[in-house]
Design a protein around this ligand. Structure first.
Ligand SMILES: [Zn+2]
Length: 140
């Protein structure tokens, strides 16, 4: 769930009758994730010595972890810090490169043969990238 004011401007707004490909849905999800990361407190993030607060690169506290146990709280804070905006932006850049390598060469009409001619069809790289974003082919 993403707040409306953080949604990417380029988010797909399909017109009635338009076919939105799985490739387009993945790219929209990647760009939306990038927009949220770019709007977040700047990374890299770091943990405080007690492992319960996370600070942005500008030394502003950007997250405070809570959990049932101290161990889980420290792990939660470490997880937040490890998934800071800088990390997410690197992941998104990687995913955009995957999308470029596996862009549709042609469609049949909702399935596609990618530029790399991956087999089977649909391209396993795209299907796996879609799954990472919670997108299923059936929902495309
Ligand atoms: Zn492919």
């Amino acid at each position: 769930m993403i707040p409306d004011d953080l949604r990417a401007d380029h988010q797909l707004q399909p017109r009635r009758g338009d076919v939105v490909t799985l490739h387009e849905r993945i790219e929209a999800a990647v760009r939306e994730r990038m927009a949220v990361a770019q709007a977040a407190s700047p990374g890299p993030w770091r943990l405080d010595p007690d492992f319960d607060d996370v600070f942005a690169v500008d030394d502003e506290r950007c997250a405070e972890a809570y959990a049932l146990t101290g161990r889980q709280q420290r792990a939660t804070a470490a997880h937040i810090a490890a998934n800071d905006p800088a990390r997410i932006l690197r992941d998104c850049e990687r995913d955009l490169k995957v999308l470029e390598r596996h862009a549709p060469a042609y469609e049949i009409p909702l399935r596609w043969v990618c530029r790399s001619r991956c087999k089977p069809v649909p391209c396993p790289e795209l299907v796996e990238t879609a799954e990472a974003y919670g997108i299923t082919e059936e929902a495309a």
